[in-house]
Structure formats: C-alpha cells, structure tokens
Design a protein around this ligand. Structure first.
Ligand code: HEM
Length: 144
C-alpha cells in the first residue's frame, strides 16, 4: 500500500506541476491580451485546481502510511534533521497552504466582475502556490 501511494504521489506531482505552469501561462496571456474570461478559461483553471486537490488527498494518506511522514514527526528528533523536517513537517504544511491559495485564486475568479481581474486572480494565486510548492519538494528523494 505504501509503495503504491508513494508512486501515485510522485507521478501526480508531474501532472499537477505541469498543469499549474500551463494554466499560469495561459491566464497571463489572457490578461495581457485583454480578452474575455470565458467558461473555457474557467475549465482550464479547474484542471490544475482538481489535480492540486487530488495531490493533497493522496499526500494526506501518504503522510500517515509513510515512514518519513507523521510517524517520523512523532518519533522525536525530526526537527533537528533537515531532511526529516522537510518530509515530516515543511513539505505537508507549506503544500497545504499553497493549495489553499490556489483554491482562493480559482474560487475568487468565478466571483469577480472584470475579465482582467479574473485572469489575474488565477495566475497570481497559482504562481504564489507554485513557488511555495517548488520551495518544499523533497528533490533529493524525487529526482535524486
Ligand atoms: C501539490 C502538492 C504536492 C506536490 C507537488 C507534492 C510532491 C511530492 C513529491 C515530488 C514527493 C517526493 C516523492 C518521491 O520521493 O518519489 C513528495 C513526497 C511526500 N509528500 Fe508530497 N506533494 C504535495 C502535497 C503533499 C501534501 C499536502 C502532503 C501531506 C499532507 C504530502 C506528503 C508527502 C510525504 C509524507 C512525502 C514523503 C513520502 C515518502 O517518501 O515516503 N505531500 N511529495
């Protein structure tokens, strides 16, 4: 079970990151070209929103089955080891904050009136979320 969830979380990370980058670029283009924020734009933004939430769900399960998640946090000593602190505390916490910001950007875009403000809501909040996510990926475990 642990290995399956770990692989799922690892593979979904590619999809979520690529989707976030594509949506940010498309929303920036939409804003700069002054075009209308259409239903198609909302659906494009929703793809990255759904992938981020699926990753959150898988991440939460992984956190409780992984030896480097919650069990490491409660075993003591994790705070003094940077690698342990990353997977047991920083990565989950910062990613939850990032996904909350992405959600705010997506939901606010639906409520705003001006097209430019709707594009900006998505690309600004998704970009802040992406930077937060990238700042706390366990790169050595993932690609190392
Ligand atoms: C969009 C959000 C997220 C992305 C892009 C992401 C990405 C990743 C990546 C690339 C890894 C390394 C995988 C590997 O070593 O093969 C990882 C590990 C991990 N993630 Fe996430 N993650 C996200 C959100 C979360 C959340 C919200 C949690 C928990 C609440 C979480 C918990 C974990 C844990 C515990 C590990 C270590 C797993 C292990 O090696 O046993 N992740 N994540």
């Amino acid at each position: 079970m642990y290995t399956g969830i770990q692989h799922l979380h690892s593979g979904l990370a590619y999809l979520a990151l690529i989707a976030l980058i594509i949506v940010i670029v498309l929303m920036l283009i939409g804003s700069l070209s002054g075009k209308e924020f259409t239903e198609k734009d909302r659906k494009i933004a929703m793809i990255a929103f759904i992938l981020a939430h699926t990753q959150l769900l898988v991440g939460l399960i992984l956190y409780f089955v992984s030896p480097v998640g919650f069990s490491l946090l409660t075993s003591g000593g994790a705070m003094s080891d940077p690698a342990a602190r990353l997977t047991a505390l920083e990565h989950p916490l910062i990613n939850i904050i990032a996904i909350v910001l992405i959600s705010i950007g997506y939901i606010r875009a639906k409520k705003l009136q001006s097209d430019r403000a709707r594009f900006r809501s998505v690309y600004m909040m998704y970009a802040i979320g992406l930077v937060l996510i990238l700042s706390r990926i366990p790169w050595a475990n993932w690609l190392g």
